[in-house]
Design a binder for this molecule. Structure first.
Ligand SMILES: [Zn+2]
Length: 648
Protein backbone atom coordinates (compact mmCIF):
# COMPACT_ATOMS: atom_id res chain seq x y z
CA UNK A 1 0.00 0.00 0.00
CA UNK A 2 1.35 3.34 -0.91
CA UNK A 3 -0.37 6.55 -0.16
CA UNK A 4 0.69 9.26 -2.50
CA UNK A 5 1.46 12.58 -0.94
CA UNK A 6 2.66 15.95 -1.98
CA UNK A 7 6.22 14.87 -1.55
CA UNK A 8 6.06 11.27 -2.66
CA UNK A 9 7.95 12.15 -5.80
CA UNK A 10 10.90 13.36 -3.83
CA UNK A 11 11.01 10.99 -0.86
CA UNK A 12 9.56 7.56 -1.21
CA UNK A 13 7.89 7.22 2.15
CA UNK A 14 5.60 4.27 1.95
CA UNK A 15 2.77 5.60 3.99
CA UNK A 16 3.51 9.25 3.48
CA UNK A 17 3.14 9.54 7.15
CA UNK A 18 5.33 12.30 8.43
CA UNK A 19 3.78 15.17 6.63
CA UNK A 20 6.25 17.11 8.64
CA UNK A 21 8.38 16.44 5.61
CA UNK A 22 5.83 17.77 3.16
CA UNK A 23 7.97 19.65 0.72
CA UNK A 24 7.41 21.77 -2.27
CA UNK A 25 8.52 20.22 -5.48
CA UNK A 26 12.17 19.64 -4.98
CA UNK A 27 14.12 22.10 -6.99
CA UNK A 28 16.11 19.97 -9.32
CA UNK A 29 19.21 22.11 -9.31
CA UNK A 30 22.41 20.23 -9.72
CA UNK A 31 23.98 20.30 -6.32
CA UNK A 32 27.64 19.72 -5.99
CA UNK A 33 27.94 17.86 -2.75
CA UNK A 34 30.92 19.28 -1.07
CA UNK A 35 33.09 16.49 0.15
CA UNK A 36 34.62 18.87 2.65
CA UNK A 37 31.25 19.78 4.14
CA UNK A 38 30.37 16.11 4.48
CA UNK A 39 33.61 15.35 6.21
CA UNK A 40 33.22 18.27 8.60
CA UNK A 41 30.02 16.85 9.96
CA UNK A 42 30.93 13.16 9.86
CA UNK A 43 30.55 11.72 13.33
CA UNK A 44 33.04 9.61 15.20
CA UNK A 45 31.87 6.04 15.63
CA UNK A 46 31.94 5.69 19.37
CA UNK A 47 30.04 3.25 21.54
CA UNK A 48 29.22 4.31 25.04
CA UNK A 49 30.98 2.39 27.74
CA UNK A 50 30.54 3.57 31.36
CA UNK A 51 27.20 4.95 30.24
CA UNK A 52 25.62 7.76 32.26
CA UNK A 53 22.81 10.21 31.60
CA UNK A 54 21.45 13.39 33.12
CA UNK A 55 18.01 13.55 34.71
CA UNK A 56 15.59 16.48 34.92
CA UNK A 57 12.29 16.24 36.79
CA UNK A 58 9.95 19.04 35.71
CA UNK A 59 6.99 20.58 37.46
CA UNK A 60 5.32 23.11 35.18
CA UNK A 61 2.35 25.39 35.92
CA UNK A 62 1.04 27.27 32.91
CA UNK A 63 -1.95 29.56 32.37
CA UNK A 64 -3.10 30.30 28.82
CA UNK A 65 -5.05 33.42 27.87
CA UNK A 66 -6.97 32.45 24.75
CA UNK A 67 -7.91 36.04 23.89
CA UNK A 68 -4.33 37.13 23.14
CA UNK A 69 -2.77 33.64 22.79
CA UNK A 70 -0.23 34.41 25.48
CA UNK A 71 0.69 32.24 28.42
CA UNK A 72 2.58 32.60 31.67
CA UNK A 73 4.08 29.94 33.80
CA UNK A 74 6.73 28.68 36.10
CA UNK A 75 8.94 25.64 35.94
CA UNK A 76 10.67 23.92 38.82
CA UNK A 77 13.30 21.43 37.76
CA UNK A 78 15.31 19.08 39.91
CA UNK A 79 18.41 18.51 37.80
CA UNK A 80 20.76 15.62 38.48
CA UNK A 81 24.26 16.05 37.09
CA UNK A 82 25.09 12.37 36.70
CA UNK A 83 28.00 13.20 34.42
CA UNK A 84 31.62 12.92 35.54
CA UNK A 85 32.01 16.62 34.65
CA UNK A 86 31.68 19.92 36.46
CA UNK A 87 29.16 22.14 34.64
CA UNK A 88 29.97 25.86 34.38
CA UNK A 89 27.18 26.70 31.96
CA UNK A 90 23.71 25.48 31.17
CA UNK A 91 21.42 25.79 28.14
CA UNK A 92 17.69 25.68 27.48
CA UNK A 93 15.68 25.56 24.27
CA UNK A 94 13.28 28.47 23.66
CA UNK A 95 11.76 27.05 20.49
CA UNK A 96 8.93 29.54 19.97
CA UNK A 97 11.47 32.33 19.33
CA UNK A 98 12.07 30.66 15.95
CA UNK A 99 8.77 32.11 14.76
CA UNK A 100 10.00 35.67 14.34
CA UNK A 101 11.30 37.37 11.18
CA UNK A 102 15.06 37.00 10.83
CA UNK A 103 15.30 33.91 13.03
CA UNK A 104 17.65 31.09 12.09
CA UNK A 105 14.63 29.00 11.02
CA UNK A 106 13.39 31.89 8.87
CA UNK A 107 16.76 32.37 7.18
CA UNK A 108 17.31 28.65 6.74
CA UNK A 109 13.92 28.13 5.13
CA UNK A 110 14.40 31.08 2.77
CA UNK A 111 17.88 30.02 1.67
CA UNK A 112 17.74 26.24 1.38
CA UNK A 113 17.18 25.18 -2.24
CA UNK A 114 14.13 23.03 -1.48
CA UNK A 115 12.23 24.69 1.36
CA UNK A 116 9.49 23.04 3.37
CA UNK A 117 6.26 24.36 1.83
CA UNK A 118 4.75 24.93 5.25
CA UNK A 119 7.51 27.36 6.20
CA UNK A 120 8.84 28.98 3.02
CA UNK A 121 8.94 32.72 3.66
CA UNK A 122 5.98 32.74 6.04
CA UNK A 123 8.06 33.52 9.14
CA UNK A 124 9.49 36.67 7.57
CA UNK A 125 5.95 37.96 7.01
CA UNK A 126 4.69 37.47 10.56
CA UNK A 127 3.21 40.46 12.38
CA UNK A 128 3.92 41.02 16.07
CA UNK A 129 0.66 39.52 17.24
CA UNK A 130 1.30 36.44 15.06
CA UNK A 131 4.86 35.87 16.35
CA UNK A 132 5.85 33.15 18.65
CA UNK A 133 7.94 34.03 21.64
CA UNK A 134 9.16 32.44 24.82
CA UNK A 135 10.98 34.66 27.27
CA UNK A 136 12.43 34.09 30.71
CA UNK A 137 11.38 36.51 33.45
CA UNK A 138 13.50 35.08 36.26
CA UNK A 139 15.89 32.23 36.82
CA UNK A 140 17.23 30.88 40.09
CA UNK A 141 19.38 27.88 40.84
CA UNK A 142 19.29 26.66 44.43
CA UNK A 143 17.60 29.95 45.32
CA UNK A 144 20.28 32.19 43.73
CA UNK A 145 19.48 34.42 40.76
CA UNK A 146 21.50 33.65 37.64
CA UNK A 147 22.80 35.70 34.74
CA UNK A 148 21.29 34.55 31.49
CA UNK A 149 21.11 35.58 27.85
CA UNK A 150 18.37 34.75 25.37
CA UNK A 151 20.17 33.96 22.14
CA UNK A 152 17.04 33.49 20.02
CA UNK A 153 16.05 29.82 20.46
CA UNK A 154 18.77 29.05 23.01
CA UNK A 155 18.90 30.38 26.55
CA UNK A 156 22.51 30.64 27.68
CA UNK A 157 23.23 30.59 31.40
CA UNK A 158 26.65 31.27 32.86
CA UNK A 159 26.37 29.57 36.19
CA UNK A 160 27.20 31.64 39.27
CA UNK A 161 28.43 28.49 40.91
CA UNK A 162 29.53 25.42 38.98
CA UNK A 163 27.50 22.24 39.38
CA UNK A 164 29.90 19.55 40.48
CA UNK A 165 29.87 15.99 39.16
CA UNK A 166 27.15 13.99 40.87
CA UNK A 167 25.41 17.06 42.34
CA UNK A 168 21.68 17.77 42.29
CA UNK A 169 20.35 21.34 41.92
CA UNK A 170 16.94 22.89 41.87
CA UNK A 171 16.15 25.31 39.07
CA UNK A 172 13.26 27.80 39.22
CA UNK A 173 12.19 29.63 36.06
CA UNK A 174 9.39 32.05 35.33
CA UNK A 175 8.42 32.38 31.68
CA UNK A 176 6.01 34.13 29.34
CA UNK A 177 5.13 33.06 25.84
CA UNK A 178 2.97 33.72 22.83
CA UNK A 179 1.64 30.91 20.66
CA UNK A 180 2.54 31.71 17.04
CA UNK A 181 0.10 31.17 14.24
CA UNK A 182 0.61 27.59 13.12
CA UNK A 183 3.65 27.39 10.85
CA UNK A 184 5.67 24.37 11.82
CA UNK A 185 4.62 21.54 14.16
CA UNK A 186 3.04 23.79 16.80
CA UNK A 187 0.96 26.93 16.93
CA UNK A 188 -2.55 28.27 16.99
CA UNK A 189 -5.42 27.75 14.54
CA UNK A 190 -4.03 25.03 12.32
CA UNK A 191 -5.47 24.46 8.86
CA UNK A 192 -8.15 22.15 10.24
CA UNK A 193 -9.23 24.62 12.90
CA UNK A 194 -7.55 23.12 15.96
CA UNK A 195 -7.05 26.04 18.33
CA UNK A 196 -3.80 25.12 20.11
CA UNK A 197 -1.11 22.62 19.10
CA UNK A 198 1.36 23.03 21.94
CA UNK A 199 4.67 21.34 21.23
CA UNK A 200 8.06 22.98 21.87
CA UNK A 201 6.24 25.43 24.12
CA UNK A 202 8.11 25.51 27.45
CA UNK A 203 11.76 26.22 28.41
CA UNK A 204 13.28 22.78 27.79
CA UNK A 205 16.71 21.83 29.06
CA UNK A 206 19.30 20.99 26.46
CA UNK A 207 20.81 17.55 26.86
CA UNK A 208 24.35 17.11 28.12
CA UNK A 209 25.98 13.77 27.36
CA UNK A 210 29.40 12.23 26.74
CA UNK A 211 29.75 14.57 23.73
CA UNK A 212 28.96 17.66 25.83
CA UNK A 213 26.09 20.13 25.47
CA UNK A 214 23.68 19.87 22.53
CA UNK A 215 22.43 23.45 22.27
CA UNK A 216 21.33 23.37 18.62
CA UNK A 217 19.37 26.42 17.45
CA UNK A 218 15.93 25.43 16.16
CA UNK A 219 16.00 25.51 12.37
CA UNK A 220 13.24 22.96 11.79
CA UNK A 221 14.71 19.56 12.53
CA UNK A 222 13.93 17.24 15.38
CA UNK A 223 14.83 16.91 19.00
CA UNK A 224 16.88 15.54 21.85
CA UNK A 225 15.87 15.82 25.48
CA UNK A 226 16.78 14.98 29.05
CA UNK A 227 15.05 12.00 30.65
CA UNK A 228 12.84 12.78 33.62
CA UNK A 229 9.41 12.86 35.19
CA UNK A 230 6.95 15.58 34.18
CA UNK A 231 4.15 17.04 36.23
CA UNK A 232 2.29 19.61 34.14
CA UNK A 233 -0.66 21.70 35.29
CA UNK A 234 -2.46 23.54 32.50
CA UNK A 235 -5.06 26.23 33.21
CA UNK A 236 -7.22 27.62 30.44
CA UNK A 237 -10.76 28.59 29.55
CA UNK A 238 -13.33 25.97 30.49
CA UNK A 239 -14.57 25.60 26.92
CA UNK A 240 -11.40 23.71 25.91
CA UNK A 241 -10.71 19.99 25.96
CA UNK A 242 -7.07 19.07 26.44
CA UNK A 243 -5.11 16.05 25.15
CA UNK A 244 -1.51 15.62 26.27
CA UNK A 245 1.54 13.53 27.04
CA UNK A 246 1.02 11.63 30.29
CA UNK A 247 -1.90 10.52 32.36
CA UNK A 248 -4.65 12.81 33.68
CA UNK A 249 -4.56 13.24 37.46
CA UNK A 250 -7.91 14.92 38.06
CA UNK A 251 -10.39 13.13 35.75
CA UNK A 252 -13.36 13.81 38.01
CA UNK A 253 -12.73 17.56 37.80
CA UNK A 254 -12.18 17.78 34.05
CA UNK A 255 -14.50 15.09 32.68
CA UNK A 256 -14.68 15.37 28.90
CA UNK A 257 -14.02 11.69 28.31
CA UNK A 258 -11.36 11.26 31.02
CA UNK A 259 -13.58 10.06 33.84
CA UNK A 260 -14.51 6.39 34.00
CA UNK A 261 -17.93 5.58 32.60
CA UNK A 262 -20.62 6.33 35.16
CA UNK A 263 -18.26 8.30 37.43
CA UNK A 264 -19.59 11.58 38.74
CA UNK A 265 -17.75 14.56 37.28
CA UNK A 266 -17.82 17.86 39.11
CA UNK A 267 -16.01 20.74 37.47
CA UNK A 268 -15.00 23.48 39.92
CA UNK A 269 -16.73 26.85 39.50
CA UNK A 270 -15.11 29.69 37.55
CA UNK A 271 -14.32 30.42 33.89
CA UNK A 272 -11.13 28.43 33.84
CA UNK A 273 -10.31 24.78 34.35
CA UNK A 274 -7.10 23.20 35.63
CA UNK A 275 -5.86 20.06 33.85
CA UNK A 276 -3.24 18.02 35.73
CA UNK A 277 -1.03 15.55 33.87
CA UNK A 278 1.83 13.32 34.96
CA UNK A 279 4.31 11.44 32.80
CA UNK A 280 7.08 9.27 34.16
CA UNK A 281 10.37 8.70 32.37
CA UNK A 282 9.85 10.81 29.26
CA UNK A 283 11.96 13.51 27.58
CA UNK A 284 9.33 15.97 26.35
CA UNK A 285 5.75 17.06 26.92
CA UNK A 286 3.14 18.03 24.31
CA UNK A 287 -0.46 19.14 24.67
CA UNK A 288 -3.26 20.45 22.48
CA UNK A 289 -6.55 22.14 23.20
CA UNK A 290 -9.71 22.65 21.22
CA UNK A 291 -13.34 23.28 22.21
CA UNK A 292 -14.68 20.78 19.64
CA UNK A 293 -12.72 17.64 20.42
CA UNK A 294 -14.50 14.31 20.58
CA UNK A 295 -12.54 12.15 23.04
CA UNK A 296 -12.65 8.35 22.68
CA UNK A 297 -10.63 5.63 24.37
CA UNK A 298 -9.63 2.17 23.14
CA UNK A 299 -7.74 -0.51 25.06
CA UNK A 300 -4.77 -2.48 23.75
CA UNK A 301 -4.70 -5.97 25.32
CA UNK A 302 -1.78 -5.98 27.76
CA UNK A 303 -0.84 -2.50 26.56
CA UNK A 304 -1.78 1.13 26.74
CA UNK A 305 -5.16 2.79 26.65
CA UNK A 306 -5.21 4.80 23.44
CA UNK A 307 -6.97 8.15 23.62
CA UNK A 308 -8.30 9.77 20.44
CA UNK A 309 -9.03 13.50 20.18
CA UNK A 310 -10.65 14.71 16.96
CA UNK A 311 -13.22 17.17 15.74
CA UNK A 312 -16.75 16.38 14.75
CA UNK A 313 -16.65 16.59 10.95
CA UNK A 314 -18.87 14.95 8.35
CA UNK A 315 -15.86 14.10 6.15
CA UNK A 316 -13.77 12.25 8.71
CA UNK A 317 -15.35 11.70 12.14
CA UNK A 318 -16.48 8.24 11.10
CA UNK A 319 -13.04 7.43 9.75
CA UNK A 320 -11.58 8.26 13.18
CA UNK A 321 -14.02 5.77 14.70
CA UNK A 322 -13.21 3.08 12.12
CA UNK A 323 -9.47 3.54 12.57
CA UNK A 324 -9.46 2.77 16.28
CA UNK A 325 -9.65 -1.03 16.10
CA UNK A 326 -6.87 -1.13 13.49
CA UNK A 327 -4.65 1.14 15.56
CA UNK A 328 -5.16 -1.07 18.60
CA UNK A 329 -4.07 -4.08 16.49
CA UNK A 330 -1.09 -2.10 15.26
CA UNK A 331 0.08 -1.38 18.81
CA UNK A 332 -0.23 -5.09 19.64
CA UNK A 333 1.91 -5.97 16.64
CA UNK A 334 4.49 -3.30 17.48
CA UNK A 335 4.77 -4.44 21.10
CA UNK A 336 5.21 -8.06 20.06
CA UNK A 337 7.80 -7.44 17.38
CA UNK A 338 9.75 -4.38 18.49
CA UNK A 339 9.58 -4.43 22.31
CA UNK A 340 6.90 -3.91 24.90
CA UNK A 341 5.30 -0.42 24.97
CA UNK A 342 6.10 0.71 28.51
CA UNK A 343 3.52 3.42 29.31
CA UNK A 344 -0.10 3.20 30.41
CA UNK A 345 -1.37 5.63 27.80
CA UNK A 346 -0.95 6.91 24.26
CA UNK A 347 -2.85 9.88 22.83
CA UNK A 348 -3.64 10.42 19.15
CA UNK A 349 -4.47 14.10 18.92
CA UNK A 350 -5.74 15.99 15.89
CA UNK A 351 -3.50 19.02 15.56
CA UNK A 352 -0.19 20.23 14.16
CA UNK A 353 0.69 20.22 10.49
CA UNK A 354 0.91 16.59 9.39
CA UNK A 355 2.20 14.01 11.81
CA UNK A 356 4.71 14.58 14.56
CA UNK A 357 5.72 12.30 17.38
CA UNK A 358 6.09 13.12 21.06
CA UNK A 359 6.42 10.92 24.11
CA UNK A 360 3.10 9.14 24.77
CA UNK A 361 1.32 11.26 22.15
CA UNK A 362 1.20 12.48 18.58
CA UNK A 363 -0.22 15.50 16.78
CA UNK A 364 -1.64 14.57 13.37
CA UNK A 365 -3.88 16.25 10.86
CA UNK A 366 -7.24 14.54 10.76
CA UNK A 367 -8.85 14.98 7.36
CA UNK A 368 -7.71 11.67 5.88
CA UNK A 369 -9.03 8.49 4.33
CA UNK A 370 -8.76 5.36 6.47
CA UNK A 371 -5.41 3.94 5.20
CA UNK A 372 -3.80 7.36 5.55
CA UNK A 373 -5.21 7.96 9.03
CA UNK A 374 -4.13 4.51 10.18
CA UNK A 375 -0.77 4.88 8.39
CA UNK A 376 0.11 8.19 9.97
CA UNK A 377 -1.01 7.03 13.41
CA UNK A 378 0.94 3.76 13.18
CA UNK A 379 4.01 5.68 12.02
CA UNK A 380 3.81 8.25 14.81
CA UNK A 381 2.87 5.48 17.25
CA UNK A 382 5.91 3.44 16.16
CA UNK A 383 8.01 6.48 17.03
CA UNK A 384 7.13 5.65 20.64
CA UNK A 385 9.69 2.86 20.30
CA UNK A 386 12.48 4.79 18.58
CA UNK A 387 11.96 8.44 19.46
CA UNK A 388 9.99 7.97 22.67
CA UNK A 389 11.78 5.12 24.43
CA UNK A 390 15.12 4.71 22.63
CA UNK A 391 15.44 8.49 22.31
CA UNK A 392 18.46 8.74 20.04
CA UNK A 393 19.83 12.21 19.51
CA UNK A 394 17.83 13.13 16.41
CA UNK A 395 20.30 15.81 15.39
CA UNK A 396 23.03 13.22 15.08
CA UNK A 397 21.09 10.05 14.25
CA UNK A 398 17.77 11.06 12.67
CA UNK A 399 17.83 7.81 10.66
CA UNK A 400 17.85 5.72 13.84
CA UNK A 401 14.50 7.31 14.61
CA UNK A 402 12.84 7.97 11.24
CA UNK A 403 14.39 5.03 9.39
CA UNK A 404 13.77 2.46 12.11
CA UNK A 405 10.27 3.85 12.65
CA UNK A 406 9.54 3.64 8.92
CA UNK A 407 10.77 0.04 8.96
CA UNK A 408 8.37 -0.82 11.79
CA UNK A 409 5.56 1.17 10.14
CA UNK A 410 5.79 -0.66 6.83
CA UNK A 411 5.80 -4.06 8.49
CA UNK A 412 2.89 -3.18 10.77
CA UNK A 413 0.85 -1.67 7.93
CA UNK A 414 1.44 -4.68 5.71
CA UNK A 415 -0.01 -6.81 8.53
CA UNK A 416 -3.01 -4.53 9.03
CA UNK A 417 -3.83 -4.16 5.35
CA UNK A 418 -2.50 -7.57 4.19
CA UNK A 419 -0.50 -6.02 1.41
CA UNK A 420 2.31 -7.75 -0.49
CA UNK A 421 4.59 -9.04 2.24
CA UNK A 422 7.55 -9.66 -0.02
CA UNK A 423 8.13 -6.04 -0.89
CA UNK A 424 7.06 -3.98 2.07
CA UNK A 425 10.38 -2.15 2.24
CA UNK A 426 10.65 -1.69 -1.53
CA UNK A 427 9.62 1.97 -1.58
CA UNK A 428 12.46 2.77 0.81
CA UNK A 429 14.95 1.02 -1.49
CA UNK A 430 13.55 2.90 -4.49
CA UNK A 431 13.87 6.27 -2.75
CA UNK A 432 17.49 5.49 -1.88
CA UNK A 433 18.29 4.29 -5.42
CA UNK A 434 16.77 7.48 -6.88
CA UNK A 435 18.95 9.84 -4.87
CA UNK A 436 22.05 7.77 -5.61
CA UNK A 437 21.27 8.04 -9.32
CA UNK A 438 20.74 11.78 -9.01
CA UNK A 439 24.09 12.19 -7.25
CA UNK A 440 22.53 14.13 -4.36
CA UNK A 441 23.05 11.65 -1.54
CA UNK A 442 24.68 12.79 1.71
CA UNK A 443 25.79 10.25 4.30
CA UNK A 444 23.65 9.09 7.22
CA UNK A 445 26.20 10.51 9.61
CA UNK A 446 25.51 14.09 8.54
CA UNK A 447 24.17 16.31 11.34
CA UNK A 448 20.43 16.73 10.64
CA UNK A 449 20.67 20.54 10.54
CA UNK A 450 23.54 20.51 8.07
CA UNK A 451 22.28 18.54 5.09
CA UNK A 452 22.46 20.65 1.95
CA UNK A 453 18.86 19.86 1.00
CA UNK A 454 15.68 18.71 2.67
CA UNK A 455 15.64 16.01 -0.01
CA UNK A 456 18.98 14.58 1.10
CA UNK A 457 17.97 14.77 4.78
CA UNK A 458 14.64 13.07 4.11
CA UNK A 459 15.98 10.32 1.91
CA UNK A 460 18.82 9.52 4.30
CA UNK A 461 16.69 9.61 7.44
CA UNK A 462 13.60 7.81 6.18
CA UNK A 463 14.60 5.71 3.18
CA UNK A 464 18.23 4.79 3.75
CA UNK A 465 17.55 4.42 7.48
CA UNK A 466 14.86 1.86 6.67
CA UNK A 467 17.09 0.10 4.13
CA UNK A 468 19.84 0.04 6.78
CA UNK A 469 17.67 -2.32 8.86
CA UNK A 470 16.15 -4.35 6.03
CA UNK A 471 19.62 -4.99 4.61
CA UNK A 472 21.00 -5.87 8.04
CA UNK A 473 18.38 -8.61 8.21
CA UNK A 474 19.86 -9.97 4.97
CA UNK A 475 23.37 -9.85 6.49
CA UNK A 476 22.53 -11.38 9.89
CA UNK A 477 19.67 -13.69 8.92
CA UNK A 478 16.10 -13.19 10.14
CA UNK A 479 16.33 -15.09 13.44
CA UNK A 480 19.29 -13.15 14.82
CA UNK A 481 18.06 -9.90 13.35
CA UNK A 482 14.63 -10.11 14.96
CA UNK A 483 16.11 -11.18 18.30
CA UNK A 484 18.61 -8.33 17.92
CA UNK A 485 15.89 -5.71 17.43
CA UNK A 486 14.28 -6.81 20.70
CA UNK A 487 17.65 -6.96 22.47
CA UNK A 488 18.42 -3.43 21.24
CA UNK A 489 15.14 -2.13 22.64
CA UNK A 490 15.57 -3.89 25.97
CA UNK A 491 19.25 -2.95 26.35
CA UNK A 492 18.88 0.73 25.48
CA UNK A 493 15.31 1.69 26.45
CA UNK A 494 15.15 4.93 28.46
CA UNK A 495 18.72 5.75 27.41
CA UNK A 496 20.27 7.45 24.40
CA UNK A 497 21.88 4.85 22.12
CA UNK A 498 24.26 5.82 19.32
CA UNK A 499 24.80 4.06 16.00
CA UNK A 500 27.61 1.94 17.39
CA UNK A 501 25.58 1.02 20.48
CA UNK A 502 23.05 -0.44 18.05
CA UNK A 503 25.69 -2.22 16.00
CA UNK A 504 27.30 -3.68 19.16
CA UNK A 505 23.97 -5.22 20.21
CA UNK A 506 23.63 -6.76 16.75
CA UNK A 507 27.22 -8.04 16.87
CA UNK A 508 26.63 -9.69 20.23
CA UNK A 509 23.38 -11.18 18.99
CA UNK A 510 24.86 -12.61 15.79
CA UNK A 511 28.45 -13.34 16.79
CA UNK A 512 29.45 -11.50 13.60
CA UNK A 513 31.67 -8.48 13.17
CA UNK A 514 29.47 -5.70 11.77
CA UNK A 515 31.39 -2.46 12.31
CA UNK A 516 32.34 -2.40 8.60
CA UNK A 517 28.62 -2.22 7.78
CA UNK A 518 28.11 1.09 9.55
CA UNK A 519 31.48 2.38 8.39
CA UNK A 520 30.37 1.99 4.78
CA UNK A 521 26.58 2.34 4.79
CA UNK A 522 26.37 4.87 7.62
CA UNK A 523 29.49 6.95 7.31
CA UNK A 524 29.96 7.14 3.55
CA UNK A 525 27.90 7.32 0.38
CA UNK A 526 29.79 4.39 -1.17
CA UNK A 527 27.39 2.03 -2.94
CA UNK A 528 26.88 -1.69 -3.52
CA UNK A 529 27.02 -3.23 -6.97
CA UNK A 530 27.72 -6.90 -7.53
CA UNK A 531 27.23 -8.77 -10.77
CA UNK A 532 27.51 -12.12 -12.51
CA UNK A 533 30.32 -11.65 -15.04
CA UNK A 534 30.57 -14.95 -16.80
CA UNK A 535 29.51 -18.58 -16.83
CA UNK A 536 31.68 -21.26 -18.32
CA UNK A 537 31.57 -25.00 -17.96
CA UNK A 538 32.22 -28.58 -18.94
CA UNK A 539 29.98 -31.60 -19.35
CA UNK A 540 29.93 -32.14 -15.58
CA UNK A 541 30.28 -28.72 -13.90
CA UNK A 542 29.83 -24.98 -14.28
CA UNK A 543 32.07 -22.11 -13.28
CA UNK A 544 30.48 -18.80 -12.30
CA UNK A 545 32.58 -15.63 -12.20
CA UNK A 546 31.24 -12.85 -9.96
CA UNK A 547 32.42 -9.24 -9.77
CA UNK A 548 32.24 -6.53 -7.17
CA UNK A 549 31.81 -3.31 -9.11
CA UNK A 550 30.69 -1.13 -6.20
CA UNK A 551 32.99 0.13 -3.46
CA UNK A 552 31.02 -1.33 -0.56
CA UNK A 553 31.63 -5.02 0.18
CA UNK A 554 28.84 -7.41 1.19
CA UNK A 555 28.27 -11.11 1.85
CA UNK A 556 26.52 -12.71 -1.13
CA UNK A 557 23.53 -15.03 -1.48
CA UNK A 558 23.38 -16.80 -4.83
CA UNK A 559 20.49 -18.95 -6.01
CA UNK A 560 20.68 -21.50 -8.82
CA UNK A 561 17.48 -22.73 -10.42
CA UNK A 562 17.73 -26.01 -12.28
CA UNK A 563 15.61 -27.07 -15.21
CA UNK A 564 14.12 -29.92 -13.16
CA UNK A 565 12.48 -27.30 -10.92
CA UNK A 566 14.88 -27.66 -7.96
CA UNK A 567 16.91 -24.87 -6.39
CA UNK A 568 20.33 -24.69 -4.79
CA UNK A 569 21.49 -21.75 -2.71
CA UNK A 570 25.05 -20.68 -2.02
CA UNK A 571 26.29 -18.26 0.61
CA UNK A 572 29.58 -16.45 0.10
CA UNK A 573 30.69 -14.98 3.44
CA UNK A 574 32.57 -11.70 3.65
CA UNK A 575 35.97 -12.26 5.27
CA UNK A 576 35.80 -9.27 7.65
CA UNK A 577 32.56 -10.55 9.22
CA UNK A 578 34.43 -13.51 10.78
CA UNK A 579 31.50 -15.79 10.12
CA UNK A 580 28.16 -15.93 8.37
CA UNK A 581 24.45 -15.92 9.14
CA UNK A 582 22.79 -19.16 10.19
CA UNK A 583 20.89 -21.15 7.56
CA UNK A 584 17.51 -19.75 8.56
CA UNK A 585 16.51 -18.39 5.17
CA UNK A 586 15.81 -20.17 1.87
CA UNK A 587 14.24 -23.12 3.69
CA UNK A 588 17.41 -23.58 5.73
CA UNK A 589 19.34 -25.20 2.89
CA UNK A 590 22.42 -23.65 1.43
CA UNK A 591 26.06 -24.32 0.84
CA UNK A 592 28.52 -22.02 2.56
CA UNK A 593 31.45 -21.32 0.24
CA UNK A 594 34.87 -19.83 0.89
CA UNK A 595 35.09 -16.23 2.12
CA UNK A 596 35.17 -13.43 -0.43
CA UNK A 597 38.02 -11.16 0.66
CA UNK A 598 36.74 -7.60 0.84
CA UNK A 599 39.74 -6.31 -1.12
CA UNK A 600 39.04 -8.61 -4.05
CA UNK A 601 36.99 -7.32 -7.00
CA UNK A 602 36.21 -10.83 -8.26
CA UNK A 603 35.23 -14.32 -7.10
CA UNK A 604 34.76 -17.68 -8.75
CA UNK A 605 32.59 -20.58 -7.71
CA UNK A 606 31.90 -24.04 -9.09
CA UNK A 607 28.52 -25.67 -9.47
CA UNK A 608 28.60 -29.45 -9.72
CA UNK A 609 26.11 -29.63 -12.57
CA UNK A 610 26.58 -28.72 -16.21
CA UNK A 611 25.27 -25.42 -17.54
CA UNK A 612 22.82 -27.34 -19.70
CA UNK A 613 20.88 -28.25 -16.55
CA UNK A 614 20.76 -24.67 -15.24
CA UNK A 615 17.70 -22.55 -15.82
CA UNK A 616 19.00 -19.38 -14.16
CA UNK A 617 21.41 -17.99 -11.59
CA UNK A 618 20.35 -15.10 -9.34
CA UNK A 619 22.63 -13.01 -7.20
CA UNK A 620 20.79 -11.66 -4.12
CA UNK A 621 17.45 -13.41 -4.81
CA UNK A 622 15.80 -11.71 -1.79
CA UNK A 623 16.63 -8.28 -3.25
CA UNK A 624 17.34 -7.08 0.27
CA UNK A 625 20.85 -6.03 -0.70
CA UNK A 626 20.80 -2.38 -1.80
CA UNK A 627 22.50 -3.23 -5.08
CA UNK A 628 22.26 -0.12 -7.21
CA UNK A 629 22.33 -2.10 -10.47
CA UNK A 630 20.34 -5.30 -10.42
CA UNK A 631 20.47 -5.78 -14.19
CA UNK A 632 23.66 -7.84 -13.84
CA UNK A 633 22.29 -9.99 -10.98
CA UNK A 634 20.46 -12.56 -13.12
CA UNK A 635 21.78 -14.79 -15.82
CA UNK A 636 20.30 -17.61 -17.83
CA UNK A 637 22.66 -19.86 -19.83
CA UNK A 638 19.92 -20.57 -22.35
CA UNK A 639 19.67 -16.98 -23.42
CA UNK A 640 21.78 -17.40 -26.52
CA UNK A 641 22.07 -13.66 -27.01
CA UNK A 642 23.41 -13.24 -23.51
CA UNK A 643 26.90 -11.98 -24.13
CA UNK A 644 28.09 -13.29 -20.76
CA UNK A 645 27.59 -16.83 -21.87
CA UNK A 646 30.60 -18.64 -23.26
CA UNK A 647 30.80 -22.44 -23.48
CA UNK A 648 34.08 -24.31 -23.21
ZN1 LIG B 1 8.54 9.86 11.55
Amino acid sequence: MTIKSAFAHSFKITFATDNKLKLTAVIKNKINLSFIVLQLFALPLISQTDYWQQKADYKIDVDLNHTNHQYKGKVSIVYYNNSPDQLDAMYFHLYFNAFQPGSAMDIRSRTITDPDARVGDRISNLKKDEYGFLTIKSLKIDGKSQTFFENETILEIKLGKAITAGAKVSIELEFEGQVPIQIRRSGRNNTEGIDYSMSQWYPKMCEYDYMGWHANPYVGREFYGVWGDFEVNITLDKKYIVGATGVIQNPLEVGNGYAAEGAKVKQPSGDKLLWKFKATNVHDFVWAADPDYIHDQAQVAGGPTIHFFYQKNKDYSNTWKDAQALIVKGFEYLSKNFGSYPYAQYSVIQGGDGGMEYPMATLITGNRKLPSLVGVTIHEGAHSWYQGVLATNESLYPWMDEGFTSFATDETMSQLFKSGMSSYHQNAYNGYFDIVREGKEESLDTHADHYLTNYAYGTASYNKGEVYLAQLEYIMGPTNFRAGLLAYFNTWKFKHPTALDFIRVMEKQSGLELDWYHEYFGQTTKTIDYGIAQISGSASSTKVALVRKGLMPMPIDLEVKYKDGTYETFLIPLDIMRGEKPADGYNGKWTVLEDWKWVSPSYQLNISKPASEIESITLDPSELMADIDRKNNLISPDMSLNFFWSAE
